[in-house]
Design a protein around this ligand. Sequence first.
Ligand code: NAI
Length: 331
Amino acid sequence: MHNITLINGDGIGPEISESVVRIIKASGLDINWDIQTAGSDVIEKEGTPLPERVLDSVRKNKVALKAPVTTPIGKGFRSVNVQLRKDLDLYANLRPCKNLPGVNTRFENVDLVVVRENTEDLYAGVEEQIDNNTAHSIKIITRHASERICRFAFDYAVKNNRHEVCVVTKANIMKLSDGLFLESYRNVAKDYPQINQREILVDNLCMQLVQDPTRFDVLVLPNLYGDIVSDLTAGLIGGLGVAQGANIGLNFAVFEPVHGSAPDIKGQNKANPTALLLSAIEMLKYINENEYAAKIEKALFKTLSSGFKTSDLGGNLSTSEFTDEIIKNLL
Ligand code: NAI
């Protein structure tokens, strides 16, 4: 029996979490879910959106599945997501992006992986108000964090039979900060002569991704570009409803979809649970439950290929009906 933390989030989080827990249970795999609430719903009672008990639970169980949590724009608390990644030193954000069977998109054969640095850059939260009309935000790039994320990307490429790791920066303009990221990539790349090396500026990357995403394999990026580019790549394979992700550190791993809490469809039984389910499948592989991972993936692919879809993919099934179809295909 595995003990796994489940952060069921807010917005559509609880609906898609329920779907995924139901599917995993129906597959026959026994998981003891340690359910931890976080986000806007707990602020009033506990004074923070990320109580220490959530972090303690992940520290104890080492692995978590996380649904999205709302971050209020402008004021209020720091993002639970950013905080969690920092506090647990989940330095690598892995976002594979591959066409799914039955989901028609503009391009076929998209199969790329975004490796996003997860702990620094403009997301370090170092900002100051200079006066009423001026604010500063500091972009922090260190050699340590840059080298370890580049090494993660190359190691991932070697383990997963990928042929290229392309570094993405704007080092022509931000010569010191992005320049250091690029220099770190070049240093690490020397240890991986078997993997193709490539350097691209982030604006050119975006243009090329929407022209022909099959030109790319593994991308490694500083935090902000990684966040933006991975929403773009999600759009290439059917949108946020199908884009999976994982935050990985040396000691802990938190699996979560790319998308947010989707307040516009909250509580309507409309959300697509696929992105969270694909993240959970990766989590099962991570804990060596490969057979169950394969069984659930097969059921999901069969469901989508048979035309059963939620409305974001042009179908007419609710979250719970789509979940029922996947469960039928598990048998
Ligand atoms: P969002 O990803 O929540 O939604 C963008 C659009 O995609 C919306 O139209 C939404 O309905 C749709 N969408 C997203 N997931 C879907 C799903 N599973 N099925 C069907 N449609 C889906 O982005 P938005 O609106 O910018 O952010 C909402 C909140 O989520 C914000 O507070 C943001 O900070 C937070 N957020 C949290 C993340 C996390 O917990 N890891 C990641 C990204 C955003």
